[in-house]
Design a protein around this ligand. Sequence first.
Ligand code: FES
Length: 158
Amino acid sequence: MSNISLTDILKEFRDPARDSLIPILQREQQQRGFISKEAMIVIGEKLNLPVSKVYGVASFYNQFRFNAPGLHQIQVCRGTACHVKGSSTVLDSLEMDVGCKSGETSKDGLFSIEVVACVGACSLAPVVVVDGEFHAGMDSTKMRKINKTLRKVHNAER
Ligand code: FES
């Protein structure tokens, strides 16, 4: 992610019209990892759309996030093979452990949880991807261990 401002992003779109909404949202998310309320207001003003409309369109697509991403991204696969092998239990205990739901970021800003479709490693089900790294045969205990390690590393770095 870089530091291109929303103003600069909007300049990339000459005469932005309503059909520019999705591409603008995509560019903004690419830069900051999420779409803030403030960004939706600015985009709405530029496109002459009420903020409720901007949010309505953005929330229709699950590619957009509305919370700042956590330091660590945890993706829980909920594809069929992972589901059969108990991914919902892993997800439940993960949400309890970090204190936020899927699609949210934990209050301490350390973790973001996302539920994803099959990540293409069904033979390793249930699979959880942490910061791009695949973890196979996950259960609640293994998940808590990973989180504990990440917290430890974070605390040691402070
Ligand atoms: S269903 Fe989870 S990796 Fe395929």
